[in-house]
Write a protein that binds this ligand. Structure first.
Ligand SMILES: CC(C)(COP(=O)(O)OP(=O)(O)OC[C@H]1O[C@@H](n2cnc3c(N)ncnc32)[C@H](O)[C@@H]1OP(=O)(O)O)[C@@H](O)C(=O)NCCC(=O)NCCS
Length: 205
């Protein structure tokens, strides 16, 4: 049974979440296309990217975790979700020191290619007010057990309480049905580094 918690400060749990998200996205089509190379290389680049994303997100965004245990001090994490409320996107970049660490962790080529991805996604980002699901990922050895659906459902409860529309992008065609069950419908698609990306919209309820 999932009992999501909201994650606040930078600490052990956020490092654990960065690790889990790095692993969750390691084999996604866009990750393979942008970073390329071995699993170890993609994991290394993702660690740097997820760490920087969390540092940028934690002061403002919604960061939910699926904790492994039930104890309040349990710091192991099965997965997590990063989302933004209306007007919060795009987040301010992380501090300079963190950006340098990101560049060193990802490598210049990968950092530049992710920059191109975010630029294209930024151009098609909806202008209507909405809540934005930036990332959701579950540790691969725990996928398919309902944790991802639990996090998305928990996030959407908050979205609906605000009467907010919702938006996300995905590079996995098999997730169109997953998000469709939550009321998301296709709002267009684009190709990035040869990989189709679907944009999904859920009207306010
Ligand atoms: C997408 C993700 C968060 C879903 O979390 P999860 O805990 O694995 O999913 P759930 O167990 O809640 O699955 C819910 C449903 O989606 C389906 N599903 C999830 N991932 C799937 C996949 N890769 N292929 C096919 N079906 C999938 C499940 O079969 C399940 O369907 P069912 O309810 O009919 O059995 C997780 O698989 C993940 O981390 N994927 C890699 C990162 C990613 O792509 N994140 C989403 C980016 S938008």
């Amino acid at each position: 049974m999932l009992d999501p918690r909201r994650l606040y400060p930078e600490g052990t749990e956020s490092r654990a979440l960065a690790e889990v998200l790095a692993l969750a996205f390691r084999d996604n089509p866009l990750n393979r296309a942008v970073i390329g190379g071995s699993e170890a290389r993609r994991l290394r680049a993702n660690r740097a990217g997820m760490r920087a994303s969390l540092i940028a997100a934690l002061p403002a965004a919604v960061v939910l975790i699926a904790p492994e245990g039930r104890g309040a001090h349990d710091q192991s994490v099965l997965g997590g979700l990063i989302a933004m409320e209306p007007g919060q996107w795009p987040l301010s970049p992380p501090p300079w020191g963190e950006q340098i660490r990101l560049l060193m962790g990802q490598g210049w080529r990968t950092a530049r290619r992710w920059g191109e991805v975010f630029e294209v996604l930024r151009e098609s980002h909806p202008v209507e007010p909405h809540c934005y699901l930036s990332l959701v990922g579950i540790r691969p050895d725990h996928q398919g057990r309902g944790y991802g659906a639990g996090l998305v459902a928990h996030w959407l409860e908050g979205v609906d309480r605000q009467g907010c529309a919702a938006y996300l992008e995905t590079d996995r065609p098999e997730l169109l049905a997953f998000y469709g069950r939550f009321g998301f419908a296709q709002a267009g698609s684009t190709k990035l580094f040869g990989i189709p990306i679907w944009r999904l919209w859920r009207p306010a309820r």
